[in-house]
Write a protein that binds this ligand. Sequence first.
Ligand SMILES: CC(C)(COP(=O)(O)OP(=O)(O)OC[C@H]1O[C@@H](n2cnc3c(N)ncnc32)[C@H](O)[C@@H]1OP(=O)(O)O)[C@@H](O)C(=O)NCCC(=O)NCCS
Ligand SMILES: [Zn+2]
Length: 247
Amino acid sequence: MWWADPALASPPLLDLLDETERARHARFRLPADRDRYAVGRALARLLCARAAGCDPREVVFRLRCGHCDRPEPHGKPHPAGPAEGWELSVTHSGRKVGVALSRGLPVGLDVEQIADRDLDGLVRYALTERERAELDALAPAERAAGFFTYWARKEALLKATGQGLSGGLTSVEVSGPHTDAALLTWSGPAAPDHARLFDLDAGDGYRAALAVLAAPSVTVAVHDASPLLEAAHHGFAPQPGSPPAVP
Ligand SMILES: CC(C)(COP(=O)(O)OP(=O)(O)OC[C@H]1O[C@@H](n2cnc3c(N)ncnc32)[C@H](O)[C@@H]1OP(=O)(O)O)[C@@H](O)C(=O)NCCC(=O)NCCS
Ligand SMILES: [Zn+2]
């Protein structure tokens, strides 16, 4: 998986996005949301292209929801075209963008900036009774970070299957903040046969986790995406016929 800084958003990176992505990019009202989105999708394309040995603009993302059959495209992006067979997960929060890539094994990545706003409501929405009791036993100063440890672990799992939050955060029960990341129980028909869960270090003020739908023995390699993104700032001429990038 790769970490990136949304400050690396630039017009050349926007040249990597397809038309639908550029339209979505232009609809974000907040520059911070726009930059996180651009860096996430551009990095996802660059990594898929490097893995598949093709031009980043040849990579196609098909959106598939693991939860419902609504006809309009939505949900988890799946690489198609030359990058078919690779599995991907994108996440962003605050000043962090993350992309996980795997050959064939579904992955789910989540990063969360720690905040203590509306924490009690989020706790009721997201945690099982057992997780809540464990959180309540933490010192008050540990409560917000503890909560986002749970959230990132649970959402990483739900993003791996493509259910996302619609799968229900309480359908998944995970280990607590003072224990290594582990899936304890998963209820419902969409529960996968195997799942591996890892905490990632996203820096102070963040919690992050990665889930891989696989039997044991998965190795996770963590990289800084800055060199790849900085190289892309110089490297791509717009394709003939593509609309100009939105500054
Ligand atoms: C999508 C979702 C998992 C995002 O969570 P989040 O913490 O707000 O945001 P993150 O930054 O961690 O993840 C966002 C990325 O997850 C990916 N994603 C979208 N839907 C996904 C899904 N169902 N499963 C896995 N990944 C998904 C996308 O790449 C998205 O980023 P991008 O569009 O900028 O590339 C969550 O908001 C969700 O499940 N929403 C769907 C709820 C809904 O609308 N349900 C009704 C239809 S089923
Ligand atoms: Zn859906």
